[in-house]
Design a protein around this ligand. Structure first.
Ligand code: F6R
Length: 605
């Protein structure tokens, strides 16, 4: 999950390294560092904390090299401090690394026995020591290949060499790595986003590949050290997306952007004239699909959970869901007429990418629903359905979640009509209902001032619960996840009907309980479950789309979202929960865009 940048140029690179690191901070932000080569020396500068601290160090004491590497860290081995920050340098090389070296303890022990000394607690430093050792008898490229042979685990690497001041070597196994091209300057980066201000010409390394960059040339090699050619992509320019404008932070921008991002997504997938959905080229003919398996992590997993309800409701296809980190290690029976759908905002999540690889090895058809179309997951799947949400910078996923939901819903509708599970009249109504969504989302934003009042009531709480049934149950999970990750308040999401099987023991006088209850077939049941909570002292915050008077008086606060097609209510019900997490976190002065201990793109297992 760390971020890597490398630049080789004919002019000083440190300012561009800092600018790229700022863009990469979504991947990790507990420490930062850079190393350049100048006056035949490795000039390494590091700090704990954010890139702006590193920038201050550079302002006082500039680095002048024309070649350099930089890193933002999300700690895996060793606490976040200056010593453990990357780069890790010896007298001959400097290394930045994203990923985990699984056999680092073993390698370290061997090297220590041979007399090598280690400064940090990181797994990365073994790479520095190994490359340094191999350089005694080999050229840089060969030294890196020899080192890679010894490493187990996942990595993306950037390495510079004191005695070879014209080259950067990059290598990839498991963690993403991109190469960018410009005039008299070439780049290495964890993603194309970090390189966007410098170039839109990008190649992506595949697993096992290595690259050697000089300012005028990039060579690529495969596992067997054979030179290979790589495709050069022109990455798209997303307008308005990398700037937070008048918003205080990216998260608030991304929440309030949702009416537009959904409108854009709908315009990509629906034909308003023909009242149809533009999804073609199914990897398996719809009528022949036996089962759909939806796979994701975190918020993306929650969108899979909602989609399960839709696929079951609208199609005759049996549907399963799985958490990628579980899926990848289970003893599964793969079937060629099953469609495996991977949901991921970043398209780089290590567990999801590994689960996809397993499907590929088993020759089954894969689809990915991603925000980043140039990502590893998108490139490796048979069929890609982008969510068109534009870059999501806030670590907590908001607009990507709604985008994933829309694409999954549209897919379930299209499959349903193709398989003749619903008739054309119903299909037309469902498609028509979709067009009302952007306006309804805008109306939902008007609840913000009420949500701010509710947020105050969470400040002194010891914990909180989020309850829902049917397709509101995954929304309860998502609401709880948003609150805990942003405000660090304990929050549990539960199916309301499960409370009596244990969690009811947690309810005590004044505990905030959010009840999500749209007027659907579960409504009355949810109200009964709510009464059980009220009877035990829970403080109820009720979110619904029902505008009829509620008889219960023991409700602390009611929020009403606009009433839409009940299939679509999870989309609107999510918004007050995003706003709640946002406002509780603001009141607690938490870092909204960069919650503690987290990172945006989870490229480690
Ligand atoms: C929570 C959140 C995470 C991600 C998860 C998967 O707000 O953002 O739970 O949803 O790490 O990430 P992607 O979607 O990039 O695969």
């Amino acid at each position: 999950m760390c971020g890597i940048i490398g630049i080789v140029s004919d002019k000083p690179v440190s300012i561009n390294i800092i600018n790229s690191l700022k863009k990469l901070e979504y991947r990790g932000y507990d420490s930062a560092g850079l190393a350049t080569l100048s006056n035949n020396l490795i000039d390494e500068k590091k700090c704990s904390g954010r890139v702006e601290e590193l920038e201050k160090i550079l302002i006082k004491n500039p680095s002048n090299g024309n070649i350099g590497i930089g890193h933002v860290r999300w700690a895996t081995h060793g606490i976040p401090n200056i010593i453990n920050a990357h780069p890790h340098s010896s007298e001959k090389v400097s290394v930045v690394h994203n990923g985990i070296i699984e056999n680092s303890d073993e390698l370290k022990k061997d090297l220590e026995e041979k007399g090598f000394k280690f400064k940090s607690q990181t797994d990365t430093e073994v790479i520095t020591v190994l490359v340094t050792q191999f350089l005694e008898n080999s050229k840089p490229l060969e030294s890196v290949f020899k080192t890679l042979k010894k490493l187990k685990g996942s990595f993306a690497l950037g390495i510079i060499f004191k005695n070879f001041p014209d080259i950067i070597i990059g290598a990839r196994r498991g963690s993403p790595l991109a190469v960018g091209y410009s005039n008299d300057e070439n780049y290495l980066g964890s993603d194309s986003y970090a390189l966007k201000s410098m170039t839109n010409k990008i190649s992506y390394l595949d697993d096992g590949e290595l690259c050697m960059l000089s300012k005028n040339k990039v060579d690529f090699y495969d596992l067997n050290q054979k030179k290979i050619n790589k495709k050069i992509y022109t990455v798209s320019d997303d307008e308005n997306t990398t700037d937070k404008g008048d918003y205080k932070n990216f998260m608030s921008k991304e929440i309030f952007e949702q009416s537009n991002t959904i409108k854009k997504c709908l315009s990509e997938y629906t034909d308003s004239l023909k009242k149809d959905i533009n999804i073609y080229n199914f990897p398996i003919e719809p009528k022949k699909i036996n089962k759909i398996i939806l796979i994701g992590c975190g918020t993306a997993y929650h969108s899979c959970l909602v989609a399960k309800y839709w696929f079951e409701e609208l199609t005759s296809i049996d549907t399963e869901i799985d958490i990628a980190s579980e899926f990848r290690y289970r003893n599964l029976k793969f079937k060629t007429n099953n469609l495996y759908i991977f949901v991921s905002q970043s398209g780089e999540t290590a567990d999801t990418a590994a689960a996809l690889d397993i499907c590929k090895k088993n020759n089954v058809k894969t689809c990915s629903i991603v925000n980043v179309v140039e990502s590893t997951i998108a490139r490796n799947s048979d069929w890609v359905l982008p969510i068109h949400a534009g870059p999501e910078i806030g670590v907590a996923s908001t607009k990507a979640f709604l985008g994933q939901l829309i694409v999954l819903y549209i897919l379930s509708l299209k499959l349903s009509i193709e398989r003749e599970d619903i008739d054309k009249k119903n299909y037309d109504t469902y498609v028509e209902n979709l067009t009302k969504l952007p306006e309804a989302i805008k109306k939902t934003f008007k609840l913000e001032s009420e949500v701010q009042l509710i947020a105050k009531e969470f400040l002194d709480a010891k914990g909180s619960m989020f309850l829902g049934r049917g397709n509101s149950f995954p929304i309860a999970l998502e609401g709880a996840l948003k609150l805990k990750e942003l405000s660090y308040l304990h929050a549990e999401g539960y199916p309301a009907g499960e409370m009596k099987h244990g969690p009811l023991a947690l309810i005590e006088e004044g505990l905030p309980v959010i009840v999500i209850a749209p007027k659907d077939k579960y409504y009355e049941k949810t109200l009964s479950n709510m009464q059980e909570v009220i009877a035990r002292g829970g403080k109820i915050f009720f979110i619904t789309d029902n505008y009829n008077r509620l008889l219960s008086t023991n409700i602390r606060f009611r929020l009403r979202v606009p009433r839409v097609d009940s299939n679509l209510s999870p989309i609107l019900l999510t918004i007050p929960l995003q706003l709640l997490a946002y406002h509780v976190a603001s009141l607690k002065n938490c870092d909204i865009d960069k919650p503690r201990n987290l990172a945006k793109s989870v490229t480690v297992e």
